[in-house]
Design a protein around this ligand. Structure first.
Ligand code: UD1
Length: 417
């Protein structure tokens, strides 16, 4: 089993380049199913989740080639509309093929993705959207199946601005005649990237980034070349790594506007951040101020940065409160941070953190992707050695994180045992 071993208290220095966004790449890969031509994607991160999505596309009949950060996907030979249990269990986000399969073939059958470590994660909004588009939808025997002839000209109101539901509905509607309107849509940057990619293939979509998205159905989508946006959560994670270790680090290849909610919270803590085009310099120098954080849909503070932010706040004198409003069980990192000496009390969806002057290295488990990132950050500050197990969770979403931290001067190793 692979583990990460970190010896804390080495300051970081230098610059790090952020990879392409995992959460933008996954729906864009799924969207290639809408087109029976070749699509070339660049800026694709080298991650386990991307490999799983490539497997999913191949299983459906697509040809997928990867060369460095470029993916070439040819979906002209797609001949299957069904995704088995093994795939949706391997990666929840494989549910994102349902929208494009419905859009292109008017039929899709996907094993119902279960909950995961962070919450129950239902699919009701995705299915309601497909139903509103005019597809017949059934969820039984562990599968979700959609089929039938869609009707155009529909308004779909999401109860909550779900990222996945917005993406799935946008993709399904791209080839449905008439105008589909999604209200209370998610506004995340990855939705904007999906819109831009779909439009590059010939779709007619506007409004992404705001809460109403308008999709004018077209008959066909064609070949495209597209560059994926940088990963705003990876950028935020390196910001937290620099701040916790009182370090001076340049973070390159970011879209400042997309990282703004995190920058703003760090500034409130008193972290010095200098913005410069597509990069920023973070100059960590204590003392920092404790802050309250509430996760919200974009442009609020991202739930995917909650664990890393909490790791940082466990080292800031005073009391900070972190409230998680998106996922009901996203505090799995708390018990692991406590093993490292952090003082955190949980009350429902709130974590009350009393900052400590030091953390101690310990053997800890990465229970999910961002929880794992939080433990790396805590390990950089801890006295002694931190050993993180189950790092496959981390490698699902961070490209070479140990190598990137090593290049900044951290004492971190990936070991096999
Ligand atoms: C995406 C991201 C994930 C991020 C999350 C929230 C990807 C691959 N994953 O996940 O990293 O943490 O957005 O920013 O992009 N909900 C329903 N019914 C539904 C769908 C969702 O009630 O049909 C609820 C969920 O349980 C959750 C909330 O809506 O409480 C937000 O979930 P959603 O935005 O859909 O997250 P994902 O798209 O799964």
């Amino acid at each position: 089993m692979e583990r990460l071993v970190i010896k804390g208290l080495s300051p970081l220095k230098g610059s790090v380049r952020i990879s392409g966004s995992k959460n933008a790449t996954l729906p864009i890969m799924a969207a290639t199913l809408l087109c029976s031509d070749e699509v070339i994607l660049s800026g694709v991160p080298d991650l386990e989740d991307i490999k799983v999505m490539s497997q999913v596309l191949r299983l459906l009949g697509a040809k997928v080639k990867k060369e460095k950060d470029v993916l070439i996907i040819d979906s002209s030979s797609v001949n299957a509309i069904e995704l088995p249990d093994a795939m949706t269990r391997k990666m929840r986000a494989s549910n994102l093929v349902m929208g494009p399969l419905l859009g292109r073939f008017h039929h899709a059958k996907i094993s119902y993705p279960g909950g995961c470590a962070i919450g129950s994660r239902p699919m009701n909004l995705h299915l309601k959207g497909f139903l509103d588009l005019g597809f017949g939808v059934e969820a039984k025997y562990g599968f979700m199946e959609g089929k039938g002839k869609p009707r155009g000209g529909k308004e779909i109101l999401l109860d909550t601005p779900s990222v996945g539901a917005t993406e799935n509905i946008m993709m399904a509607a791209a080839l449905v005649s008439g105008e589909t309107v999604i209200r209370n849509a998610a506004r995340e940057p990855e939705i904007v990237d999906l819109q831009n990619f779909l439009n590059e293939m010939g779709a007619r979509i506007r409004g992404a980034g705001l809460d109403t998205i308008y999709i004018k159905g077209v008959r066909k989508l064609g070949k495209a070349e597209y560059k994926i946006i940088p990963d705003r959560i990876e950028a935020g994670t390196f910001m937290a790594a620099a701040a916790i270790s009182d370090s001076d680090v340049f973070i390159e290849n970011i879209v400042l506007e997309y990282v703004r909610p995190v920058i703003s919270k760090f500034r409130e803590m008193g972290v010095n951040i200098i913005e410069n085009g597509s990069s920023l310099r973070i100059i960590g120098k204590r003392p920092y101020k404790p802050v309250d954080v509430k996760t919200m849909p974009h442009p609020g503070f991202p739930t995917d940065m909650q664990a890393q932010m909490m790791a940082l706040l466990t080292t800031v004198a005073g009391t900070s409160i972190v409230v998680e409003t998106i996922f009901e069980n996203r505090f799995m990192h708390v018990q692991e941070l406590r093993r490292m000496g952090a003082e955190i009390a949980l009350e429902g969806r709130a974590a009350i953190i009393k900052g400590k002057e030091k953390l101690e290295g310990a053997i800890v488990d990465a229970t999910d992707l961002r929880a794992g990132a939080a433990l790396i950050i805590a390990g950089l500050f801890a006295e002694g050695t931190t050993q993180i197990n189950n790092i496959y969770h981390i490698e699902r979403g961070y490209e070479n994180i140990h190598l990137k931290l090593q290049s900044l001067g951290a004492d971190i190793k990936r070991v096999l045992s």
